[in-house]
Ligand binder design. Structure first.
Ligand SMILES: [Zn+2]
Length: 239
């Protein structure tokens, strides 16, 4: 922003200086971004893929303990390989800890003069509730209003995958997806809506079979401007 104001005031005579300033600014942005990405990556990933193999025995032993804890006989034929299978399944269901948005989006962000709303709706989502370790699942609807930057559409589904394959609560999942898109694309606005059913509500406790939980996060123009928000909601509802 600063160097642009400078151009306006001094005309073309200072174009070399302007270019230098621009380079400097871009370089600074680049290094700030890569530092930010590294910090983010450390915060985001709490498990390395390479470590999964070595952690399997602990997880297997834990599942064997659970089986005994519920009064099962771990030696009966049907359960012989269950701790091993369950351990692998649990690692798969939480593999999002390995992945960071910055790795996924690295080369997938494009400069584009598109300023119409981008919507991807009905993205399948499967996650595990961190309070009961049972599944919750449903659909994610994402919209954003680009500000010179767009991302490949399939990457939005990948972002959902990264955050949902972890232990979660639906509210945080919704916010993390929105924040990730906001930070990566710096759009004019982002909205994320998740409609989900929680097995911990359906199978235990209140047993409300048809109850759905809806959460939303709105950033930027979607928060400020109700017309933009309503346009998104109308487009999501239309089948
Ligand atoms: Zn739960």
């Amino acid at each position: 922003m600063e160097y642009r104001a400078y151009t306006g005031m001094n005309g073309l005579g200072n174009s070399k200086l302007v270019t230098d300033l621009q380079c400097l600014k871009e370089f600074t942005e680049l290094s700030v971004n890569s530092k930010k990405a590294a910090v983010q990556r450390n915060q985001e990933t709490s498990r390395k893929e390479s470590e999964d193999e070595s952690r399997l025995p602990v997880l297997e032993a834990a599942y064997a303990t659970i089986l005994r804890g519920i009064g099962e006989d771990t030696d009966r034929q049907g359960l012989l390989r269950t701790p091993a299978r369950a351990a692998k399944a649990m690692q798969f269901l939480t593999k999002g800890y390995h992945e960071s948005v910055y790795d996924i989006l690295n080369d997938a962000i494009f400069d584009e003069d598109h300023d119409e709303m981008v919507i991807v709706k009905d993205i399948d989502m499967f996650s595990l509730c961190e309070h009961h370790l049972v599944p919750f699942f449903g659909k994610v609807h994402i919209g954003y209003l680009p500000n010179k930057k767009v991302v490949g559409l399939s990457k939005l589904a990948r972002i959902v995958e990264i955050y949902s394959r972890r232990l979660q609560v639906q509210e945080r999942l919704t916010k993390q997806i929105a924040t990730a898109i906001s930070e990566a694309l710096q759009p004019t606005g982002v909205v994320v809506i998740i409609e989900a059913v929680h097995m911990c509500m359906i199978m235990r406790g209140v047993q409300k079979i048809n109850s759905q939980t809806v959460t939303s996060t709105m950033l930027g123009i979607f928060r400020e401007d109700h017309k933009t928000r309503e346009e998104f909601l109308a487009l999501v509802k239309s089948k």
